[in-house]
Design a protein around this ligand. Sequence first.
Ligand SMILES: Nc1ncnc2c1ncn2[C@@H]1O[C@H](COP(=O)(O)OP(=O)(O)OP(=O)(O)O)[C@@H](O)[C@H]1O
Ligand SMILES: [Mg+2]
Length: 429
Amino acid sequence: MFVKILPEEIRRKISAGEVIEGPSDVVKELVENSLDARATFIEVEIIRGGRSLIRVSDNGTGIHRDDIEKVFLEGATSKIGKEEDLLNISTYGFRGEALHAITSVSRTYIRSRYFQDKVGKEIFVEGGTLLRVRDRGMAYGTEVEVRDLFFNVPVRRKFLRKQETERGKILKIIKEYAMANPEIGFRLISEGREILYLKPAGAEERIGDICGYNFEYIEGSRGMMSINAYIARNTDRGELFVFINGRPVANRNIKEFLRKLIGYRACGIFFIDLPLYAVDVNVHPKKREVRIRREREVLSAIREIVNPQEPTFEEQILYQETPSYNTKLFEVLGTIDERIIIAIVDEFLYFFDQHLLSERINYEKLGYEEDEACRTSVKGGQVLSKKALEDLVRGWFDLENKHVCPHGRPIYYRIPIKEIYENLDRPYY
Ligand SMILES: Nc1ncnc2c1ncn2[C@@H]1O[C@H](COP(=O)(O)OP(=O)(O)OP(=O)(O)O)[C@@H](O)[C@H]1O
Ligand SMILES: [Mg+2]
């Protein structure tokens, strides 16, 4: 019907790796499937942090009765068909991998009633083997019940995290998908008790329901990128959620950038929307990371929208104030690739471009022309003695223009040592 097995040449192009490493991965995959099936209500039930039972039920379109015996096979999907589809993925799923990975390491019931069928159908798969198929009366939608996760992989079972840890992760995952899908209702039941209930809501209300803070709302767009952000400053604990085209992502680079942008004690929720072709979701086996085309431009556009008063990176370098030093106290720590001199000056860690610094000194002190200064200066990649490095930094203190070389490129970049301490969570005195 709708589910096909992806041909080998497409499967080879799909980012491979472990999909299921613990109960929270199961929950993530099943919730994604329910969302892809256009459910409006999703219920998750777990017992012992998902170790004994994970049940996800939805009221989505259901699985066609001719398909249900196929869905747990490797590469079985209704979401993509040809290779080009990989460049335009609008669903959470596309690999035909999740149910296969889950059913291989558990005892799983998949029950579903397709929205045009009179009766539902159930299959039971144990350790990857289909053991039973039967008709079953049920409401429209799908219910996947995963029991005894890793019953056949003792090593994995032994190293499962503590129940509470896993329960916490599951809760977080549901909250993430709930933030990105506010119009969908969610319920989480743990050990028979409801621990989360989210009624269908508007975006802002949903975020309030989950995070409880008072958020400042920011929206804007540049070119093909648009962003909706919710920021609560000065919370007791900084938290960051990033969604790209509705998908929660953990890209380190992006998170680090946004964290810096809003501050470490803020709670920020960023919905970044880009055209499908500009986002490659097929780079990480668990889809936790995506690749964005022209990421730097996207990030700097986000900065402009979120902090319009803040100068751009280049401006920051040019205009950062350099105090006048009456003593030339500094310590050269070394170089990066014999190009960048690392030195501590005052309360800052400085990175000097050794060529540009030398060029500026020759230009100012010896009265050389730009080109002449350039030719006669120390080159990048040239090995210098400690003494020569120190002479360069000492020369920097006397410069008229400490910021840019004769051609206008920045000579140095610096970061407050305090910031390094803060980022490492250490007090700075
Ligand atoms: N809750 C559901 N409702 C309706 N159809 C479902 C549901 N869960 C799974 N399916 C069907 O089963 C197929 C296989 O699901 P599975 O999660 O293994 O793969 P996928 O979602 O296509 O890709 P991925 O491995 O990236 O998640 C889906 O393509 C879909 O057709
Ligand atoms: Mg899926």
